[in-house]
Design a protein around this ligand. Sequence first.
Ligand code: GLY
Length: 385
Amino acid sequence: MSPTRTPDVLVIGGGIIGLVTAWRAAQRGLAAAVVDPDPGGGAAQVAAGMLAAVTELHHGEQTLLGLNLASARRYPGFAAELTDLTGQDLGYRRCGTLAVALDSDDRAELRELHALQRQSGLDSQWLSGRDCRRLEPMLAPGVRGGLRVDGDHQIDPRRLAAALLAACGRAGVVLHRERAERLTVAGDRATGVVTRSGAVLGAGQVVLAAGSWSGRLAGVPDDVLPPVRPVKGQVLRLSVPQRYAPFLSRTVRAVVRGSQVYLVPRENGELVVGATSEELGWDTTVTAGGVYELLRDAHELVPGLTELPLTETRAGLRPGSPDNAPLLGPTALDGLLLATGHHRNGVLLTPVTGEVLAHALVTGGLPEEARAFSPRRFAPVERAA
Ligand code: GLY
């Protein structure tokens, strides 16, 4: 597409959700553009990349589970397609997950999760503490039991973002490396954006995919502004020297004193430890307390971890929504669609989001599997009808 032609679709936000939307739209024959000062950045630069539909199941989130599983099923084909197209390795590792309990409260909670998983028809196996340690010898001797979930895998979100950026380039997606300052609306229709430098970018349709910032874009009418909020996550990266490999062979996670901790081992020796979950607005400070809690909890799980070099500490913002599920597709404002609110599941939901949004952009409607995630579920009553 020529940079001067008005695109069919302008995506606000060049994180993995915005990029997959633009890429899939371009594959469907739409002229697509993305506006973002740092395409390929965003929460994916912090996220661990667990594809944890089964181990992150929560009571009351069975509808979301359906979408999570639909996306997990797409992952093998999605990753293969991106790698074939770009030649880039995504760090997609079908290694499974082990969720363990360190005391009797944790064990009771894990038993509850197991019951919920079984009621939901999911594949998950209860193991004794000894069997957990047989699988993962670095686990603490005090581990009291665990759930083996062979279907919850991982991908490296930084590599995924880089590959999506390359795929967009190949598909002719135009990148505007600028911040979108305001949505423009003419009559009752979204028409594009004005950027921070004052450039006016018009488009046939606009997709707001700016993560937590989606709820702050000026010019979006109040009744369609997505109710997303930032949920801070602090994450650590360590490196496993060759002499310790394999340190862990799969993702290991637990709830320790009510906080989630997970250890995600990459094939390249990186070990990601996450994540805090903090309602602190726009703050992205890495704090001593956050790092201390993550290391303390991870050390209880895997004591040998304190020998490893600590290579990075970082904080990012998950786009939380009122029901923890994403907002996908058309809004009550013609020409404006949303792809935001993915909260803890942005990486997992990337494949299905791309397809759902491309479908919505081409047909004007949502496929059956995504109807429950329409932004209209949050619309004021008079506009929802
Ligand atoms: N899904 C992991 C997290 O959000 O921390």
